[in-house]
Design a protein around this ligand. Structure first.
Ligand SMILES: Cc1cc2nc3c(=O)[nH]c(=O)nc-3n(C[C@H](O)[C@H](O)[C@H](O)COP(=O)(O)OP(=O)(O)OC[C@H]3O[C@@H](n4cnc5c(N)ncnc54)[C@H](O)[C@@H]3O)c2cc1C
Length: 286
């Protein structure tokens, strides 16, 4: 179990709780053996809030060690009026996530107003290379849902998006069906590339999924070195040279979210190909 916070932090958390709005859990879907979950909340204040796709909020719950707040990227689109969706990984022994995963529909969560600069407006480029590990996919789901809804409304899409999602095992690709649906619509300009660092056919890996850590798959595409003794393989049907040619440096922004080690490892290769715009959202500090 997580350690109790020091008294000063515990008091600050209780003070924060009083400033937070309330939302009801209306949908919960847990998969990958209980390690990953989609949580949909309905704010009690109704639709009187707004955010930009890619922003995060702070969620909080009473846990065995006191009220505990943590940051979570919003996976729903701001155009999905009325609910906020989150994609969360269970951290064994974590202070908050075991309590989040124990909640059932009807439970009350606390949340703060959304904020953050991990947005398409900040990226401000035509070619968007989105890179996620695990639940780092959440802000990209919000952004792609928004582009999808704009497309359905007849707004011409001005982006070319290459989305990389890296996980350990093949059963951890949340939102895969939805993303495949978007990738199949050419006007949306989306290429969806998945990779498994532990490619095991008995756990959902198949040749349509790259082999290797997502940062090393990207290094391979960019023609940058990968650590000795490690190997990667592209997914069937994805042409590495074609992908690289699309990343015209002056027109490309990298948006990278999740594991801080992956984020750090990609900085040098991105700069090596001459891309100077990259936004990062680190889920924790090393
Ligand atoms: C801006 C921002 C947005 C975030 N958005 C999300 C999100 O959309 N989904 C999400 O699952 N998490 C997200 N996080 C991480 C989240 O805030 C918590 O750190 C995480 O849920 C663990 O909380 P905990 O109290 O259970 O663990 P803690 O007791 O706080 O333990 C934290 C430790 O757990 C590990 N850890 C943290 N996050 C993860 C993770 N996602 N996967 C694996 N290990 C992890 C790290 O080693 C970290 O040091 C985000 C963090 C930030 C800063």
């Amino acid at each position: 179990m997580a350690e109790a916070p020091n008294p000063k932090l515990a008091a600050a958390n209780e003070a924060l709780k009083k400033r937070m709005a309330t939302a009801i859990l209306v949908e919960k879907q847990v998969f990958a053996g209980g390690r990953l979950g989609r949580f949909v909340l309905k704010p009690d204040q109704g639709e009187r809030w707004w955010y930009h796709a890619g922003q995060f909020t702070t969620l909080g719950l009473d846990t065995p060690t006191g009220f505990t707040p943590r940051a979570y990227s919003i996976a729903s689109s701001p155009l999905d009026l009325g609910t906020l969706e989150f994609y969360i990984a269970l951290v064994e022994g974590g202070a908050l996530t075991p309590t989040i995963f124990a909640q059932e529909p009807g439970a009350t969560f606390r949340y703060l107003s959304p904020k953050g600069k991990f947005t398409l407006t900040q990226a401000a480029k035509r070619v968007l290379v989105m890179v996620a590990t695990g639940t780092g996919l959440a802000p990209f789901i919000s952004q792609l849902r928004t582009l999808w809804k704009l497309h359905l409304a007849g707004v011409p899409n001005r982006y070319r998006v290459i989305l990389f999602h890296g996980v350990a095992h093949g059963d951890e690709f949340g939102y895969a069906q939805e993303l495949e649906q978007y990738a199949a619509v050419s006007e949306l300009g989306l290429t969806y590339i998945r990779s498994c660092s532990r490619p095991d056919p008995t756990k959902g890996w198949h040749p349509g999924i790259a082999k290797g850590r997502v940062n090393e798959v990207i290094r391979h595409i960019l023609g940058q070195p990968i650590p000795e003794g490690r190997s990667v393989a592209m997914p069937a049907g994805i042409d590495r040279d074609l992908i690289l040619r699309e990343m015209i440096p002056s027109e490309t922004a990298f948006l990278i979210c999740g594991n801080p080690g992956m984020i750090e490892d990609l900085k040098a290769p991105i700069h090596a190909i001459g891309v100077d715009t990259h936004l990062v959202e680190e889920f924790w500090k090393v």
